[in-house]
Design a binder for this molecule. Structure first.
Ligand SMILES: *Cc1c(COP(=O)(O)O)cnc(C)c1O
Length: 241
């Protein structure tokens, strides 16, 4: 018992320290780029992370949580409620739109008009408005989700007519590169697209590159590993990301 208690304390300190370290890095990146740290929302991405560790992150003050799978979020939201807003950051099948609207405060992965329409109708049926981001495939990688930059305007114009869905900005996962600097041109391009669209939010930057993303204007960073440590190998049948 003693041993398990000290292990828990160790874990608590780890997560608390990690959150503090990430926050300090966010502040430094803001300082370097003349930004106010309050403009940057830290989303702790808790996919594969158990409830106890998620609670510790909330206790350590993370202001938002992120999950990438509806099924996994169902169990977690049922048990944890909404101590802070939940963001969906993973791709969403149209037939799970109803659950997603029920579970998530923000849906960052709107990547096609069909999904936007389905979310709108589910949100209106539930009497709410869903806050959303349009996911953009800024590196134009064929295997990756997100609308192509050239299709963005058409999708945004059509989505603007949907009263149950409010697109508040853009989200991207840039191509995998050798280091954080490799993501910078993609972040910069997304910012240009966001500016042209006249939207407030830019969700970009993960554990390896959130500081660069902040220098390029991110208003939301999605940080998993740097807060919770390396993820366990995913269970069979689950995607690695
Ligand atoms: C897992 C995930 C993250 C967090 O990744 P880390 O490298 O662990 O910080 C961010 N965004 C999305 C879309 C993810 O799936």
């Amino acid at each position: 018992m003693l041993e398990s208690r000290s292990r828990n304390n160790g874990l608590m300190l780890d997560i608390q320290e990690n959150v503090e370290r990430v926050r300090a890095a966010i502040e430094r990146a803001c300082l370097r780029s003349g930004r106010d740290p309050r403009e940057v929302l830290l989303i702790a991405v808790s996919k594969t992370v158990d409830l106890d560790r998620i609670r510790l992150a909330v206790d350590a003050g993370v202001p938002a949580l992120g999950e990438n799978r509806v099924q996994e979020a169902k169990d977690k939201v049922a048990l944890l409620g909404h101590p802070v807003p939940w963001h969906l950051v993973g791709s969403l099948q149209t037939n799970k739109a109803r659950d997603a609207v029920r579970l998530f405060d923000w849906i960052q992965s709107v990547d096609r008009l069909e999904l936007a329409r389905e979310l709108d109708s589910r949100a209106r049926a539930a009497g709410r408005v869903v806050e959303a981001l349009l996911q953009v495939n800024v590196g134009e990688e064929p295997q990756k989700g997100g609308v192509a930059p050239a299709e963005m305007k058409a999708v945004l114009d059509a989505a603007a007519a949907l009263p149950g869905l409010r697109i508040r900005g853009l989200m991207t996962i840039p191509p995998l590169g050798p280091d954080a600097e490799a993501a910078r041109p993609h972040f910069r391009r997304l910012r240009g697209l966001r500016d042209a669209a006249g939207l407030p939010h830019l969700s970009m930057g993960m554990s390896g590159d959130f500081e660069v993303a902040i220098e390029e204007g991110a208003t939301m960073v999605r940080v998993g590993t740097a807060i919770f440590g390396p993820r366990q190998r995913p269970a069979p049948g689950r995607a690695a990301l």
